[in-house]
Design a protein around this ligand. Structure first.
Ligand SMILES: [Zn+2]
Length: 310
């Protein structure tokens, strides 16, 4: 049988760490080992971290875990005259007595690999903004987690904890790390038993095209004619001035490099693409009319060529 896991060690925290410290450690490690960041190599570690956090973030389960750890260490030190560390390498189900099943579930995760799961995978969905896609976010999710009753393991019809059902449902809170650049419709695994579907809300100004964000940029006719600058508010960050080249036609695409979305799991960013839409300045005065009349006098070309729609 596999050696028992030390959840405190997994989360790199002290046994006396408070909830806040544990949460911070979890978030830091979850980011570091997220499969989208560290790839296949981080997957197991990521799973371990989540498993540890599942127990240590729940006061009731943590207390139970601590108590059983102490009980086990005491038994072992009576037997071997040594502490918990040594026990870790001399693990055997026989030593565990009535705690065996609980520890087995807790320490090995064997249920997932060797036993067919009888539970469904509840799927929740959450809507995030395009800004959150750009920067990544954390979503708090409470999942009703059904677990085997640790008091009776389903063997006591009069069990006060589960009422004889052998299972207890507990609401469990997860802080799900949503990596930057996540796709609309992507599904993240939450703990061992739940999934979170990510929906990206439509954005009022930008459409997403893979890692690029695409919008229409209103530019006044005089600026498009002689060139100039217009203030632009990108998806993320402060307003900036964008140069409009002289003789910019309606429909011209301007590409602003690196102002799009991060490519998931990398530091590469897409671009912001702006389609120039020409507009007459408002209000349109009699002086404007006169000036355009003058322009018309210079150009006999009136257009008229038909092209296919874009
Ligand atoms: Zn029970």
């Amino acid at each position: 049988m596999a050696a028992p896991k030390d959840y405190y060690k997994t989360l790199e925290v002290d046994e006396k760490a408070n909830a806040q410290t544990i949460k911070q450690a979890y978030r830091r490690l979850a980011r570091k080992y997220h499969p989208d960041v560290s790839g296949k190599a981080g997957e197991d570690k990521f799973k371990e971290i989540n498993e540890a956090y599942e127990v240590l973030s729940d006061p009731a389960r943590r207390a139970e875990y601590d108590r059983l750890r102490r009980t086990y260490a005491e038994r072992q030190s009576r037997r071997h005259g040594t502490g918990f560390e040594r026990v870790a390498h001399e693990w055997s189900t026989d030593d565990l007595g009535s705690f065996g099943s609980f520890f087995e579930d807790l320490f090995t995760g064997a249920r997932d690999s060797t036993r067919p799961s009888t539970r469904s995978m509840p799927e929740e969905s959450v809507r995030i903004t395009l800004e959150q896609v750009a920067q990544g976010t954390t979503v708090a999710l409470t999942v009703n987690d059904v677990r085997e009753c640790v008091v009776c393991h389903g063997h006591d019809p009069d069990c006060p904890r589960c009422g004889g059902l052998g299972q207890v449902a507990e609401p469990k809170r997860f802080d799900v790390v949503v990596p930057p650049g996540i796709e609309d419709g992507a599904v993240l695994k939450v703990g061992d038993h739940a999934r979170l579907k990510i929906e990206v809300a439509p954005h009022p100004r930008f459409h997403r095209q893979k890692d690029n964000v695409v919008g229409r940029l209103m530019v006044s006719v005089p600026v498009a004619a002689v060139g100039g600058e217009v203030p632009v508010k990108p998806l993320i960050g402060d307003e900036m001035m964008v140069k409009i080249p002289r003789h910019t036609n309606h429909g011209r695409m301007l590409r602003l490099k690196g102002l799009g979305l991060p490519h998931r799991g990398t530091s590469v960013r897409g671009d912001m693409l702006l389609e120039v839409n020409l507009r007459f300045p408002e209000p349109f005065t009699p002086e404007d009319d006169a000036l355009y009349q003058q322009l018309l006098g210079h150009h006999q070309e009136a257009g008229g060529e038909i092209r296919a729609p874009r």
